[in-house]
Write a protein that binds this ligand. Structure first.
Ligand code: ASP
Length: 315
């Protein structure tokens, strides 16, 4: 049994492992772990306390996939509910659909009994105001701030791509006693994104994929890149085609060089396992880590990710 996560998922790993040790399912483990990160107000990239979109609204995306049945559920641009991962799971279990967005997702969350609440913390609101005014062209600032912002969102979306603030998401993969694999992803997406923007996180095959027969993968980083390459599915598919785990991940990362306008600035991070539950973490950014814990350990292990330099990949 194993639980693997992006570094910000460390706080959720013990709870996930407890579920697995008690004979619980990989699906229950990844959902429970994700909820802990969604509750954390200090994580500005996930759930409550997440940074908002250009209009100052927190919009959350999440997805969950069951590697046993290949069933999946996801929500995108969900406002007012702090546990999008649980709403995504309900989509998977209660609807004949995979992905709900916006108003429909919120309607469904209410129908399923989730409590609506304000997710924008004072801290996130302050950083948002500073981020937006810092991104405005000085000669336009006064006009745009006094009511012009919503007529200029497309221009602002181009300006507000501060990588320090934009990035972040949580990933979990678990393999349970029965050998079943599940994956969960949750995010508030890019800070100051265009309202309604979805990245890879709620899109099955881009930000997450799990298949008991071959393995699983989940991504963080520039969702637009993973969307265009189907990165999480690519990792699983390359394993199906006979690549080893590391080779499959390397190939999926190399695929990104072809779609990245500037490979030197492209950010992608992934965690993955093979069907035996062996973990790996990979990144384009030196120094990044990931965490994992097997049932014979007392605490999670944090390890450096394998670094891929996309500028050296032949396009
Ligand atoms: N992949 C996420 C998104 O594009 C953000 C991130 O992981 O940094 O929404």
């Amino acid at each position: 049994m194993i639980v693997v996560a992006s570094a910000n998922g460390k706080i959720g790993i013990p709870a996930a492992m407890e579920i697995l040790r008690a004979g619980g399912s990989a699906l229950d483990a990844v959902e429970a772990a994700t909820r802990i990160v969604e509750d954390n107000p200090d994580d500005h990239t996930v759930g409550y306390g997440g940074y908002p979109n250009l209009l100052g609204e927190v919009e959350l995306d999440a997805s969950i996939m069951d590697g046993r049945t290949l069933r999946a559920g996801a929500v995108g641009a969900l406002k007012g509910y702090r546990h999008p991962i649980s709403v995504a799971r309900k989509v998977m279990e209660e609807l004949p659909h995979v992905l709900l967005v916006g108003e429909g997702a919120a309607r469904f969350a209410a129908e399923m009994g989730f409590q609506a609440e304000n997710l924008l913390t004072d801290e996130a609101a302050t950083v948002y105001r500073q981020g937006i005014s810092g991104a405005l062209p000085p000669d336009k600032a006064r006009d745009w701030l006094s009511g012009g912002i919503d007529r200029n969102l497309a221009r602002l979306a181009r300006l507000t791509t501060d990588p320090e603030r934009a990035a972040g998401t949580v990933n979990f993969i678990a393999k349970d006693r029965e050998g079943n694999i599940a994956v969960a992803v949750s995010t508030s997406g890019w800070a100051w994104k265009y309202p309604g923007r979805l990245g890879d996180s709620p899109v099955i095959g881009a930000g997450n994929y799990a298949d008991n027969r071959y393995g699983a993968c989940a991504c963080t980083g520039w969702g637009e890149l993973a969307l265009r390459c189907g990165t999480a599915h690519a990792v699983v598919l390359y394993q199906r085609l006979g690549f080893g785990l590391e080779q499959a991940c390397r190939q999926a990362m190399h695929d990104l060089a072809y779609v990245a306008e500037d490979p030197a600035r492209a950010i992608m991070n992934l965690i993955a396992i093979n069907r035996d539950g062996r973990p790996i973490g990979m990144t384009t950014v030196p120094g990044r880590t990931y965490v994992w814990m097997t049932d014979d350990l007392d605490a999670p292990v944090e390890e450096p990710r394998v670094v891929i330099d996309l500028t050296r990949v032949k396009r």
